[in-house]
Unconditional design. Sequence first.
Length: 354
Amino acid sequence: MKAGVRGAIGVALSGLLLWWALKDVPVASVSAHLQQSNLWLLVLSAFLATAAFPLRAMRWRPILAPLHAPLPFGTLWRPTAIGLMINNVVPARAGEVARAYALTREVPQIPFTAAFASVAVDRVIDAIVLLTLMFLAMLDPRFASDSTIGGTPVHRLAMGGLAVALFGAAVLVALVFLPNVVLRVFEILVGSISKPLERKTRGWLVAFISGLAVLRHPTRFLVVLGWAVLFWLVNALAFWVGFVAVGIDVPYSAALFLQAVIAIGIAVPQMPGFFGMFEAVGKAGLAVYGVPDEKAVAWAIGFHFVSFLPITIIGAIYFARMGLHLGDVRAAASADNGSAPPPAPQLNVEQQEG
């Protein structure tokens, strides 16, 4: 599916979800809750949300270690901020491509394919940590396990998420320790459908497997995992401070649960900045804890706005200073969707370690 089509679908979906989030909620009541909220706590929540993002850059360093000597923080922070900004202003999650592209501008020795694969590995680790924290949050006695989200019982969603996590973990283990077997199976399955498709996509799979080298180095993997856990704990703290700011009385575990639900929700195509989906999922997620819709929507709108602005401005400043253009990102995205690097050599686990 082309980026333009994905973007149009995303805008339509976001608009529909924003309407759903607000349709049964008195706008005057939402406005009143926002006016009565603690402004300084909202500012603090925005500060915490923004302060968490540099932790992503710190986590990226050990992931890239097999490809390059340890990179300075600034070299990693600027592409990270640019990627987050692009996700906020361009549809189809182009920020992941922009982050990889900006890194190649900072460090030309790292090919775009390898940079993009490192971002993909980063997101996989995010998913593992997010789901783990969500399941831990559901053990809190204040979690209403018999409630529903979108008409589906939460416990059923949790079991489905656990099944997906276990399947993903199994695939990840296979990619890390049996790369040649995975590549052979990939070649047989995809090659039986289309040889050109197999040739185009094999290089990306090899690059992704190479990026997983960090998982074969226990110390390095623990460092990556530690940074990821710290990031999501700080991000959840930003959520929770925002709850307090608008008068929502829920435990910190509610923030751990909600950030995972929102992260799952915003994975589908939508408008830039995730407007609509963020509010709709925030409303549904907080309903699990008995939070009234108007308070939940007030938090979602207020927190979303104050956390959206800082990183967007920071990323835009770096984007301009580096002399980048959206056309550069679109070109990189087109290359990602329509082409692949030359076929890579056969992988051996021993060659990828360290």
